[in-house]
Design a protein around this ligand. Sequence first.
Ligand code: NAP
Length: 446
Amino acid sequence: MQAFREAILAGAGGEELAALPLPSSYRAAYVSRDDAAMFEGVESNDKDPRKSLHVGDVAVPELAPDEAYVAVMAGAINFNTVWTSIFEPLPTFGFLDRLGKESSWGARHALPYHVVGSDASGVVIRTGSAVRNWKPGDKVTIHCNYVDDQDPSAHDDSMLGANQRIWGFETNFGGLADLTVVKANQLMPKPTHLTWEEAAVNALCNSTAYRMLVSRNGAAMQQGHKVLIWGATGGIGSYAVQHVLNGGGTPIGVVSSPAKAELLADMGVEAIIDRKAANYRFWKDEHTQDESEWRRLGKDIRALAGDDPDIVFEHPGRQTMGASVFVCKRGGVIVTCAATSGYMIEYDNRHLWMRLKTIKGSHFANYREAWDANQLIYDGKVQPPLSAVYPLTEVGEATYQVHHNLHEGKIGVLCLAPEEGLGIDDPEKRAAIGEDRITAFRRHGA
Ligand code: NAP
């Protein structure tokens, strides 16, 4: 891929890129099927991605008619790469094997290794014969909704597709690599004012937060809504905060340190709770929750925001769900996309039904939602919360940081991009949006 790197950095056009020969192998971050049992008997927290994530050469797969090869300039760490690298809750090879049985093109994915990564920015270098809207030379970001458009179930909301998958998690050939293979309907225009690494970190978390809060498929937030956001400076939380502020709502942001509280204040959030300082004990012990602690959180929210939250942006799961259901306003929505601290959830159902609340499940976003969320980045209305950048060779350490909640916002990974700061095509737009706004997390994380 070295020739593609040099050509892209030299500003080569589509014809030039299309004429370069494809290599037979490429550098990628992957986990090995042989390692799937390596952490057996080890506590979750001690399962170390630095031991399971390898960086090395893998074969370039054949291109299906509806796909594109993208030269990846930068990728990003998502929590799903943590799950894959610690083989929890299950090794992801089961997903690849299932896809492998679906079709002859699907069979390419069932391999002894899984190339991870569900975010990327880069340049299209080849397209399959059925691709209409994209061509070599197009600068793109990639969203991770992998949809089989021949399945009728995918034609209302593609997230309802019976065999909907997440690229780089439930499919092979992900974005933490110098090359990736994606369906053409995963491609979106790269925001022209951003660097490769700033552009790479957004699609997964921004689209997820957009569907959860803004889309009618999620909580359909309205102006004036108060929204409790757990992990408000984390991956999805930092986009949720921006969507709420943009939409005329009031975010109540929960974080776990004074430094994160300061960052949140810089983003324009006034109602901030430091959960470590408040020392909430929602669970008395492993089996018993403490309603008085839910009540204390509710009081703190009212004191800060003047009312109960219309929407709770929920993802920590077991640790917080009981409290989230309790504090949500009468008639409000608890919208959830995850369960980082445990998926066997417990809440008091009386608080749900007597106060007519709704728990709404949400998962990534369909192409329309991802495209609209990308447009907000493109137009400079949502900023990339990029706080740290690692080279691909240190992908294990970058994933370790996310696993242990040592990061803020998003961590970017340089793939073909040799250094930070490259890829800006529209410096005037960047200046108009404001360097300070675009790099707020990076300066904070530095
Ligand atoms: P992240 O960057 O690690 O952020 C998560 C935040 O949650 C942390 O910053 C932390 O903030 C907070 N948190 C962690 N444990 C907590 C606990 N026990 N109680 C309260 N807050 C806690 O991860 P992310 O990218 O935002 O992803 C969050 C979760 O959503 C992950 O499980 C991920 O797999 C999932 N996810 C799902 C989808 C989907 O499509 N379904 C998409 C994206 C992400 P503080 O320590 O500052 O409070």
